[in-house]
Design a binder for this molecule. Structure first.
Ligand code: 5GP
Ligand code: ZN
Length: 114
């Protein structure tokens, strides 16, 4: 299920353009519009899930796929010296876009504040 007015559902549908680095039936990876590091991209499920807190055991294959893609795409993007993986979750987690997303940050420091 997707939501009509969710920003990342709209990006997943192609209604809002994004700089995509990977796409398949389940997930989409695209560059963050306000990068906080030389490499900064997001991985989202195409189906709407509000945050990590709303996932269920049935989502574990999807979550595993997103983490596996994190490894593959980070390397593809040149993060040979490591990278940071962040999943802001809910209000106290500082999540601003209410559609689950994995931040992947890498490249030479210094980085901007997240
Ligand atoms: P959050 O604070 O929810 O974890 O992160 C949301 C992220 O989405 C932010 O890093 C922000 O820069 C990014 N973002 C917000 N709107 C857009 C957009 O329209 N396109 C892209 N590519 N990134 C966005
Ligand atoms: Zn959504």
């Amino acid at each position: 299920m997707q939501l009509d007015d969710c920003l990342f559902c709209r990006i997943a549908r192609g209604e809002i353009p994004s700089n995509k680095i990977y796409e398949d039936d389940d997930v989409l990876a695209f560059r963050d519009i306000n990068p906080r590091a030389p490499v900064h991209f997001l991985i989202i499920p195409k189906q709407h899930v509000q945050s990590l807190a709303q996932t269920t055991p049935e989502d574990e294959a999807l979550l595993g796929k997103m983490l596996g893609l994190t490894r593959t795409l980070a390397l593809q993007e040149g993060c040979v010296n490591g990278y940071r993986v962040v999943i802001n979750t809910g209000a106290d987690g500082g999540q601003e876009v209410p559609h689950l997303h994995v931040h992947v940050l890498g490249g030479a420091r210094p980085w901007k504040q997240m």
